[in-house]
Design a protein around this ligand. Sequence first.
Ligand code: ATP
Length: 352
Amino acid sequence: MPNKKVKCPNCSHIIDISGNFGETVKLTCPSCGISGKVIFGDSRSKKEVAIQVNNLKKVYGELVAVNDISFKVNKGEIFAFLGPNGAGKTTTVEIIESIRQPTEGNIKLLGKDIATSFNEVKEKIGILPQEFKSFDRLTVRETLKFYSQLFKKRANIDDIINAMDLKDQENKLYMNLSGGLKQRVGVAISLVNDPDVVFLDEPTTGLDPKARREVWNVIAGLKKQGKTVFLTTHYMEEAEFLADHIIIIHKGNIIAEGSLEDLINKYGEGSILNIKDCKTKDAVKILQENGLEVNESTNGDLKIKIDFKDRVLEILSILRHECIDYDSIDIRRSNLEEVFLHLTGSKLSEEE
Ligand code: ATP
């Protein structure tokens, strides 16, 4: 039976509950005694599915590039397929786009089986391929016009130019744009048919941090327009910033799936409040006596696990009341790098 944690609205005590999805669970707070009801909801199960991948396998000669993976992407979400180089991301996304053929498995895209009915949905998707390049001697506006003519359904080009923040560049030749602007044009091209689902394969690879942020803002805007975004990336910050739903793929296998919160809660250290240079001798004992999980690191800093946000105020109050002396404090949240390290034993940023 699924479990959840809920916060008592009266005293903020955290209560563990279990129930079936959709069930109304009656509960009484063990701390203050107030009673109430909670609907045990599963928000994901109510959403419509845009992409359903079942038991997908792709073998190249001796190499199993994608090993029997299954997952679904809901409509309207930004989905990040995160993994190091060679994990199987492009193979998977290009099979969904019908560019490559699977060895085994089946895929439904917007409710249609792509093996038999891809033509019925191909006008409803937009694609930014990996290492995208366009025509050097066309301007941004000419480029969008050219691609738009390939489709029956056409979005308004001015709307795309404005949404992608390309107004100042619309008459510049593609060859004269910076790397970040070229990628923005690439995302803009993927929108010329006003698609329901947009596939972006490594949209920010090779960009500097500023250009990467600009592309992220453009991608976040696609969600606001109601589009489903399938993003492949090897940048964990990209998945952290953008994604509602993340799958980590490693050597062709799905090794974790969930929201950023889910993954951090399950595989990360959670949030840690770090007390630097603590000068009070019995600080660890005092904090532990107050019910806190404290670890002393080799440099003498005290690390306290924060399992919910009100803990910070509680800790500050204890430090003050117990006159614990220290230099400074900071709060660090777990990230996907830590999640990946926990799952694979190596850092995502260092995998090749
Ligand atoms: P990258 O970001 O580097 O493209 P990826 O996660 O997208 O990585 P894929 O491109 O899907 O990974 O490649 C998965 C594995 O399959 C890699 O080992 C790659 O060398 C291999 N591979 C990909 N395409 C082919 C092909 N056409 N023939 C043989 N092997 C291939």
